[in-house]
Design a protein around this ligand. Structure first.
Ligand code: HEC
Ligand code: HEC
Ligand code: HEC
Ligand code: HEC
Ligand code: HEC
Ligand code: HEC
Length: 460
C-alpha cells in the first residue's frame, strides 16, 4: 500500500517539477532590454535585408546549403572537398580552374553534364586530367540544372571550417520516455520496500524471543491497554475502514491493469546499436530519402536494413563528420563511428581499397510483431500511400531510432477504421471501388469497409 502510494507521489511530483522548471526558464529573458533595443534591431534587420537583396541580384550566387545536399547525393561517391578520392579534391575548384587553366563556368557545366563528351572533343585539359586519374570516367549528369551546379559550386567554394568545438548547438533529443528512469526508480522503491519488510520481520522476531526469555525468567510484562483501544477504535470506525479499502482496491486495480496492458508492448524501445547511426544526420540534416536505404519498403513485405555496401557508396569519401556537434556527441565520437563502419566492411582509408577482412554488423531489431501477425510494407507505403512517419514518427529527428507506435492490435484497427482507401488513380481499386459504391451508396470507404478488420487479413 505504502509502496504504491510512493510510486504515485514520486511520479506525480517529478512531472510537476519539470513543468515549473520549464516555466521558470521561459520567463528569464530580460523584458526591459528588449523594449529599448527593438528599434535598433528592426533597423538593422531592414538594412541587412536591403543589402542582401542588392547583393543577390548583382551576383547570381548559389546556395551552399542546397549545394551540400546535391554534392552529397551526386558527387560524394567520387569526390571529397579536401582529399583526392576517385576524382580530384574539389574545394575552390571553380577559382582554381579559371586562374590556372582559364576555364569558365560554361566549361564546368559541360564537364559535369557529360565529361566524356568534353574529353572526346579533344579539349586539352580534359584529356590531361582524364589520363592523370587513370582514365576513370565521371558519371554523366545531364539532369543537373544551371542552378544546381551554381549551388554545388557555392558549396565547394566555402572556406574550410575550423573544427567546431563541443556544445555548439544543443540538439533536442527525443527519447522514448518510458525507458527513461521510470523502471530504475520502481526497482529502487521495490528494493526499499523489501528492506523495510525484512526489518519489520526482524523486529517481530526479536520481540518474540525477548518475550520467551521474559516468560522463562518469570518476569511480568505489563499489557499496553492504550494501544489496543486505538486499534479497536479504528476497526470500529467503519467509514474510515471503507474509505481506505476502496482507495486500496482502486490503486491496486489501476497498477495491475497498467501492468497487464504493458506486456508485449515495446513502445519507446531504443536499444544501443553496434554503430551509432544517426537518422537525424542522414535523413534529417542531409535529407537522404528513407527509400534510398530502405528500398524494399516500396515493393515488399519488409523494409529491411541496408547492407553496408549501400553505406560505402557515400562513405568511401565521407571519412569524417563535419556537421553540428554537442557535448555528448563530439566530432571525435562520430569519426570513431565511421571508423567502425570501415572496420566492418574492411575498408582501408589510407590505401583507398578493401582489405578483405570483414566483420558483419549485427543491428538490433527494434520493431517486431509476433509471428502470428501478417503485416506488409508495400501495401501501406505504395498502395495506401502512407508516409513512413505516420507509423514510425519523426525518424528524421531521431539521433537513434526508437519505437514510436505501440504496434498493438488496437492501433492497427483504429487506423483501419478511420483511414479512407486511396481510390483515385489507383487501378487496383477501380473494380472494388464500383462494387463498394453500389453496396454502401457512398463515395468514400475506409479500410474497414474493404474488410480491413477481418481476423484472417492479419492473422494466418
Ligand atoms: C563516378 C565518379 C564521379 C562522380 C560521381 C563525379 N565525379 Fe567529378 N570527376 C571524377 C573523376 C575520375 C575526375 C577526373 C577526370 C576523369 O578521370 O574523368 C573528375 C573530375 C571532376 C572535375 C575536374 C576537377 C579538376 O580538378 O580539374 C570537376 C569540376 C568535377 N569532377 C566535378 C564533379 C561534380 C560537381 C560532381 C557531382 C555533380 C562530380 N564531379 C561527380 C569522378 C566523378
Ligand atoms: C543512410 C541510410 C538510411 C536512411 C536514409 C534511413 N535509414 Fe532507417 N535505418 C538505417 C539503418 C542502418 C538502420 C538500422 C540501425 C538503427 O536501427 O538505427 C535503420 C533503422 C530504421 C528503423 C528501425 C528498424 C527496426 O529495427 O525496427 C526504422 C523504423 C527506420 N530506419 C526508418 C527510417 C525512415 C522513416 C527513414 C526516412 C526518414 C529512414 N529510416 C532513413 C539506414 C537508413
Ligand atoms: C547518401 C549518402 C550516405 C549513405 C548511403 C550513408 N551515409 Fe553515413 N553519412 C553521410 C553524410 C553526408 C554524413 C555526415 C557527414 C558530415 O556531416 O560531415 C554521414 C555521417 C555518418 C556517420 C557519423 C554520424 C553518425 O550518424 O553517427 C556515421 C557513423 C555514418 N554516416 C554511418 C553510415 C552507415 C552505417 C551507413 C549505412 C547504413 C551510412 N552511413 C550510409 C552520407 C551517407
Ligand atoms: C502502416 C504503418 C507503417 C508504415 C506507413 C511504415 N511502416 Fe515500417 N514498420 C511497421 C510495422 C508494423 C513494422 C514491424 C513489422 C514486423 O515486425 O514484421 C515495421 C518495421 C519496419 C522496419 C524494420 C524492418 C522490417 O521491415 O521489419 C523498418 C526498417 C521500417 N519499418 C521502415 C519503414 C520505412 C522506411 C517506411 C516508409 C517508406 C515505413 N517503414 C512505413 C509499420 C509501418
Ligand atoms: C496509419 C494507418 C494504418 C495503420 C497504423 C495500419 N494500417 Fe493496415 N492499412 C492501412 C490502409 C490505408 C490500408 C489499405 C491499403 C489498400 O489500399 O489496400 C491497409 C491495409 C491493410 C491490410 C490489407 C487489408 C485488405 O483489405 O486487403 C492488412 C492485412 C493490413 N493493413 C495490416 C495491418 C497491420 C497488421 C497493422 C498493424 C501492425 C496495420 N495494418 C496498421 C492503414 C494502416
Ligand atoms: C489489422 C490487423 C489485425 C486484425 C484485422 C486483427 N488482428 Fe489480432 N492482432 C493484430 C496484431 C498486430 C496483434 C499483436 C498485438 C501485440 O503484439 O500486442 C494481434 C494479436 C491478437 C491476439 C493475441 C492477443 C494479444 O493481444 O496479443 C489475438 C487473440 C487476436 N489478435 C485475435 C484477433 C481476432 C479474433 C481478430 C478478428 C476479430 C483479429 N485479431 C483481427 C492485428 C490484427
Amino acid at each position: 500500500m505504502l509502496f504504491l502510494c510512493e510510486i504515485f507521489i514520486t511520479r506525480y511530483c517529478s512531472i510537476c517539477m519539470k513543468k515549473s522548471y520549464q516555466s521558470l526558464e521561459g520567463n528569464s529573458t530580460n523584458d526591459m532590454k528588449q523594449v529599448t533595443h527593438r528599434n535598433l534591431i528592426t533597423r538593422l534587420i531592414l538594412s541587412g535585408l536591403i543589402l542582401l537583396l542588392t547583393y543577390s541580384t548583382a551576383f547570381a550566387q548559389g546556395d551552399p546549403v542546397t549545394g551540400k545536399t546535391l554534392f552529397n547525393t551526386n558527387c560524394a561517391a567520387c569526390h571529397n572537398l579536401d582529399k583526392k578520392m576517385t576524382g580530384p579534391a574539389l574545394r575552390g575548384v571553380e577559382a582554381r580552374l579559371s586562374e590556372d587553366q582559364g576555364l569558365d563556368r560554361d566549361w564546368i557545366n559541360a564537364w559535369i553534364r557529360n565529361s566524356s563528351a568534353v574529353i572526346k572533343s579533344g579539349d586539352a585539359y580534359a584529356v590531361k586530367i582524364y589520363a592523370e586519374n587513370n582514365n576513370a570516367a565521371m558519371t554523366a549528369m545531364p539532369q543537373l540544372s544551371d542552378e544546381d551546379i551554381d549551388n554545388i559550386l557555392a558549396y565547394t567554394a566555402q572556406e574550410k571550417a575550423a573544427p567546431s568545438g563541443g556544445g555548439e548547438v544543443a540538439t533536442t533529443q527525443t527519447s522514448g520516455g518510458q525507458n527513461e528512469g521510470g523502471i530504475s526508480n520502481e526497482l529502487i522503491l521495490g528494493a526499499l520496500a523489501i528492506l523495510f519488510m525484512l526489518l519489520a520481520l526482524g523486529l517481530i522476531m526479536v520481540n518474540k524471543t525477548l518475550r520467551r526469555f521474559a516468560n522463562a525468567n518469570n518476569i511480568d510484562i505489563p499489557e499496553e491497554g492504550q494501544r489496543k483501544s486505538l486499534w479497536k477504535a479504528f476497526i470500529k470506525n467503519q467509514f474510515l475502514l471503507l474509505v481506505i479499502t476502496i482507495f486500496f482496491l482502486l490503486t491496486s486495480a489501476y497498477y495491475v491493469f497498467g501492468y497487464f496492458m504493458q506486456i508485449g508492448v515495446d513502445q519507446g524501445y531504443q536499444p544501443v546499436q553496434p554503430i551509432h547511426f544517426s537518422h537525424k544526420i542522414h535523413a534529417g540534416d542531409n535529407k537522404i530519402d528513407c527509400k534510398f536505404c530502405h528500398s524494399s519498403a516500396r515493393v515488399s513485405k519488409t523494409s529491411g536494413i541496408p547492407s553496408l555496401n549501400v553505406c560505402m557508396n557515400c562513405h568511401k569519401s565521407i571519412y569524417e563528420y563535419t556537421g553540428e556537434t554537442t557535448a555528448e556527441y563530439t566530432k571525435e565520437f562520430y569519426d570513431a563511428e565511421i571508423m567502425k563502419l570501415y572496420k566492418a566492411v574492411g575498408w582501408s582509408d589510407e590505401d583507398q581499397q578493401y582489405t578483405g577482412e570483414t566483420q558483419p554488423i549485427k543491428w538490433v531489431r527494434i520493431h517486431n510483431l509476433p509471428d502470428f501477425v501478417y503485416y506488409n510494407h508495400s501495401q501501406h507505403v505504395t498502395v495506401a500511400g502512407l508516409e513512413c512517419q505516420t507509423c514510425h514518427g519523426p525518424v528524421e529527428t531521431m539521433e537513434e531510432v526508437y519505437q514510436y507506435s505501440p504496434l498493438t492490435m488496437v492501433w492497427c484497427l483504429d487506423c483501419h477504421k478511420k483511414t479512407n482507401l486511396k481510390t483515385k488513380g489507383n487501378a487496383y481499386y477501380t473494380k472494388i471501388h464500383e462494387e463498394l459504391a453500389k453496396k454502401y451508396g457512398v463515395d468514400k470507404f475506409t479500410v474497414k469497409d474493404n474488410g480491413g478488420l477481418e481476423c484472417g487479413k492479419c492473422h494466418y
